[in-house]
Design a protein around this ligand. Structure first.
Ligand code: KIV
Length: 279
């Protein structure tokens, strides 16, 4: 991709906006320093998603995320990455009340993490929040379709775009997010043909999750993608590794070796003969 040479070495939100219709944008969530370091060379965008509340903190929904939680994980991901565009999710309760509330929270996230952009859920209903944050010079990524922060209001994780009324609402949401100045928009849990049509309908990149291969980019939750999810794995997830199995196997072998005193063996202890004075 072509990058603006005057910018720092990171991919900017503007770089992402220019990828509309081009080579698909590779996005993953990241929440920690070591994982950000591993992912950074391979992705265009790292999202510090509010899914962190479920994935790392064990909450039942993303409503368990707080501004402090998002900032702490945003700082870790910024420390662990050098190239990716880092986007931090605005947690539920930090932006919905008013544009002024949204601007205050977005400024705090950007000032305390140094991230490139924030993301918030909502379409027509959140357009004034998006416009107000963008007016402050902070790039915003939208999030339409299935919105996990609305799971209690919606009565579960329901796929969008099944009825004519809902399809019309999705088009209004996509247009509202685009007009409000978002640089890109996540489309989650939406019928494939609808997600494809939305992608061709708007001028900003769409990033799909449970959406369509025709989206301008794709995102998955990192723990889902590497097989770390211990509960139900959603249909739209492809597991590219099985860390669940690797960790279970490692823990079982370690437990057996501790119990049989096979660990630590001669290679993992310090003796006069080993001559090592460093760990
Ligand atoms: O919080 C998150 O991980 C997200 C992605 C699923 C897009 O919003």
């Amino acid at each position: 991709m072509t990058r603006d040479p005057s910018s720092d070495s990171r991919i900017s939100a503007e770089d992402i906006r220019r990828r509309k219709g081009g080579v698909p944008i590779v996005c993953l969530t990241a929440y920690t320093y070591p994982v950000a370091r591993l992912l950074d060379p391979h992705v265009d965008l790292l999202l510090v998603g509010d899914s962190v509340a479920m994935v790392l903190h064990g909450h039942a929904t993303t409503l368990g995320a707080s501004l402090e939680m998002m900032i702490a994980h945003g700082q870790a991901v910024m420390r662990g990455s050098a190239k990716a565009c880092v986007v931090v999710d605005m947690p539920a309760g930090s932006y919905e009340a008013s544009p002024a509330q949204a601007v205050a929270a977005a400024k705090r996230i950007v000032e305390e993490t140094g991230c490139q952009a924030v993301k918030l859920e909502g379409g027509v209903d959140m357009a004034s929040q998006i416009a107000a944050i963008v007016a402050e010079g902070i790039p915003v990524m939208g999030h339409i379709g299935l919105q996990p922060q609305s799971v209690e209001k919606d009565g579960g994780y329901k796929i969008k775009g099944r009825t004519e009324d809902n399809i019309a609402a999705l088009f209004s949401d996509a247009e509202a997010v685009e007009e409000a100045g978002a640089f890109a928009v996540v489309i989650e849990g939406t019928m494939e043909p609808v997600a494809a049509k939305l992608t061709h309908h708007i001028s900003i990149p769409t990033v799909g999750i449970g959406a369509s291969a025709e989206c301008d980019g794709q995102i998955l939750v990192i723990d889902d993608m590497v097989g770390m999810t211990v509960d139900r794995v959603p249909k739209f997830v492809k597991e590219y590794a099985n860390l669940r199995g690797a960790i279970t196997d490692a823990a079982a072998r370690y437990a057996a070796e501790v119990r049989s005193r096979a660990f630590p063996g001669p290679d993992h202890v310090f003796t006069a003969a080993s001559g090592k004075d460093k760990t």
